[in-house]
Design a protein around this ligand. Structure first.
Ligand SMILES: Cc1ncc(COP(=O)(O)O)c(C=O)c1O
Length: 199
């Protein structure tokens, strides 16, 4: 459909490395980029390099030919100039330093693997505790999903009660950051969700 309707996809890659590995997690983006003449790909290193507030990322613009690519670059530079003029540099310098050094890159990939494994384990633990607390398999999807976030699927009122009564925080649409789950708090979180999930 993208090629038939001559659409230019804008792809967002913000959690590369959090599902399987860096390479496998880019498969979807690669698949789309290979099918279309032009694409925009936004890459964020906020999560996978742990540089959340340093504004580190990249915009990859694929042009149909060199002239189109040059034109796109000039548009992007103009947009950047009108938005922030000078981008913050220090986080990007950290990323560049790591990527230019094979030893540091290897350490980063290893640490990313540790983060991925830990989140997967905590997902499993929370799902298990939720089964215990609710007596149902409603939240089993937490175990099978990947990455840092899951949408619990509870109401905004339940989210409010979880915050006010249990001090558990998530966005109003019940999107929860699973990186905050640890062995010592999984059962507390599960019991709180079980107590507030309805209504
Ligand atoms: C899906 C998705 N894309 C992009 C971003 C933005 O990342 P950045 O911190 O680089 O602005 C986020 C941040 O939470 C995200 O969840």
């Amino acid at each position: 459909m993208l090629t038939r309707r001559r659409l230019v996809p804008f792809l967002d890659l913000a959690y590369q490395g959090f599902a399987v590995d860096l390479d496998a997690d880019a498969a979807g983006v690669r698949l789309v980029a290979e099918q279309v003449p032009e694409a925009l790909i936004a890459i964020s290193f906020s999560k996978n390099l742990g540089l959340y507030r340093e504004r580190v990322g990249a915009l990859i613009v694929i042009g149909e030919n060199e002239t189109r690519a040059d034109a796109m670059q000039s548009h992007v530079l103009q947009i950047a100039r009108s938005i922030y003029s000078m981008p913050p540099d220090h986080g990007a310098a950290i990323a560049a330093h790591i990527f230019a050094n094979p030893t540091l890159t290897g350490e980063w990939i290893e640490e990313l693997g540790l983060m991925r494994t830990r989140i997967a384990e905590m997902r499993g633990l929370l799902a298990q505790q939720l089964r215990k607390a609710t007596g149902a398999a409603t939240f089993d999807f937490i175990r099978t999903q990947h990455g840092m976030f899951s949408l619990l699927g509870v109401s905004a009122q339940a989210v409010e009660r979880l915050r006010d009564k249990h001090h558990i925080y998530m966005t109003a649409d019940s999107r929860m950051n699973l990186a905050g789950i640890m062995p010592h708090n999984a059962s507390y979180v599960a019991e709180s969700i079980a107590a507030e999930r309805l209504g």
